[in-house]
Design a protein around this ligand. Sequence first.
Ligand SMILES: Nc1ncnc2c1ncn2[C@@H]1O[C@H](COP(=O)(O)OP(=O)(O)O)[C@@H](O)[C@H]1O
Ligand SMILES: CC(=O)N[C@@H](CCC(=O)OP(=O)(O)O)C(=O)O
Length: 300
Amino acid sequence: MEYMDQILLKAQTLIEALPYIQKFNNKKVVVKYGGSAMIDENLQSNVIKDVALLKLVGMKPIIVHGGGKEITSWLKKLGHESKFVEGLRVTDDMTMEIAEMVLGKVNKNLVQMVEKLGVKAVGISGKDGATLKVEKKLVNGRDIGLVGNIKEVNIDLINTLIDNDFVPIISPIGLDDNFVSYNINADDAACAVATAIGAEKLVFLTDIEGVYADPNEKKSLISVLTLDKADELLASGFVGGGMLPKLKNCVDAVRNGVSRVHILDGRMPHCLLLEFFTNKGIGTAIIHQENLFDNEIGTC
Ligand SMILES: Nc1ncnc2c1ncn2[C@@H]1O[C@H](COP(=O)(O)OP(=O)(O)O)[C@@H](O)[C@H]1O
Ligand SMILES: CC(=O)N[C@@H](CCC(=O)OP(=O)(O)O)C(=O)O
């Protein structure tokens, strides 16, 4: 490509971002960060740069992070096997202790990376400021240990941080009424936070292209899922593993007023920028039926 063409293309990309920058100015957006994009250092640095850019162009990003793979790896080092029921980690006392330690480390690493880019960040867990109040979560009546179901989100601390120009970075640990610590699925935490603070948009970064109608068939990637279709898919048995709580959460978030929910492939460099600032429809968007013909679907 000629030098001038390259320059024009760059200018065009910046101009294309203009309406999106205006639209999301001052809006709260929640990024759920988990999966492989957390393990690979290059991808991690891209994600953090993208979030810093969202903040610097006037949005109010909030990161809710996971770290499931790191928890599993530390448990393995300690000779402790990881078990999951419907995508949720069975959490005994030792698992709880390790999960809290690992998520604390992940949290402060993220703070460090954001601060390094000159953007103010504060890392909290759901325990701080009683942000995430939980009760024990039962899966089909089954007790899977110290796994929390979020009863209440106290948004005071999050709002205080945002009002003081910080990016809140939240790890999925909560307290019950007796001040016992619980491990929370990070997708549950992101969904609850996005709903409670009235986020304009909730984006899940994961380690797969999006939602497949059939996970064994790559061509079956779904770019737009209405709530009805999402319910059908959840009942079909074709959604499993960690995608199950994720998709259920997306549906809840849309039903509870978050206008735009997206599942994106965190392995794709700068997928957040592409999603926020361009009209490239990537990943899977979960939407209300009535927004199906909204020409912004798949764009923002
Ligand atoms: N229908 C489906 N579409 C996409 N992914 C699916 C589906 N069913 C099961 N999965 C699995 O869910 C995984 C995503 O969940 P998970 O690994 O827990 O993500 P994260 O760690 O980002 O929260 C995918 O890697 C895939 O193996
Ligand atoms: C109860 C439960 O499953 N908690 C999760 C919390 C971390 C998480 O959700 O991390 P990802 O988003 O990276 O998967 C766990 O222990 O793995």
